[in-house]
Design a protein around this ligand. Structure first.
Ligand code: FES
Length: 116
């Protein structure tokens, strides 16, 4: 049975992301970073939890980590765990699934603006 407390939204086509890349998706009031590592896709908040002004989509993706371009906080993109750099909270991550060629992210409907 589906969980009524969450919804899946399509954020991009798989072909839109090159391997080992990160891109920003602003949609439905969300500001997300979408990652492709090999054939796997991940999603997180795009705003760094350190000072709330670093955009992770402009950061440095290496293996399974993203480094914020502002002060160098490093997060595991799979879990969001802060693993290096200045002390800060973990990064919020979102479940991702691929349906056909669509990358879909699971979100709380309360976080979505507009029809979803
Ligand atoms: S804003 Fe990202 S490390 Fe400071």
């Amino acid at each position: 049975m589906a969980d009524a407390a969450v919804i899946w939204i399509t954020v991009a086509q798989t072909s839109a992301l090159m391997p080992e890349s990160v891109t920003a998706i602003r949609q439905d009031g969300l500001d997300l970073a979408i990652y492709r590592v090999g054939e796997a896709f991940y999603a997180s908040d795009n705003i760094c939890p350190h000072a709330y002004n670093g955009r992770l989509s402009r950061g440095f993706l290496e293996g399974g980590t993203i480094e914020c371009p502002l002060h160098g906080a490093v997060f595991e993109i799979k879990t969001g765990r802060a693993i290096d750099g200045p002390y800060c909270a973990d990064l919020k991550t979102f479940p991702v699934r691929v349906v056909g060629d669509e990358i879909q992210v699971e979100v709380d409907p309360a976080d979505v603006i507009g029809p979803a």
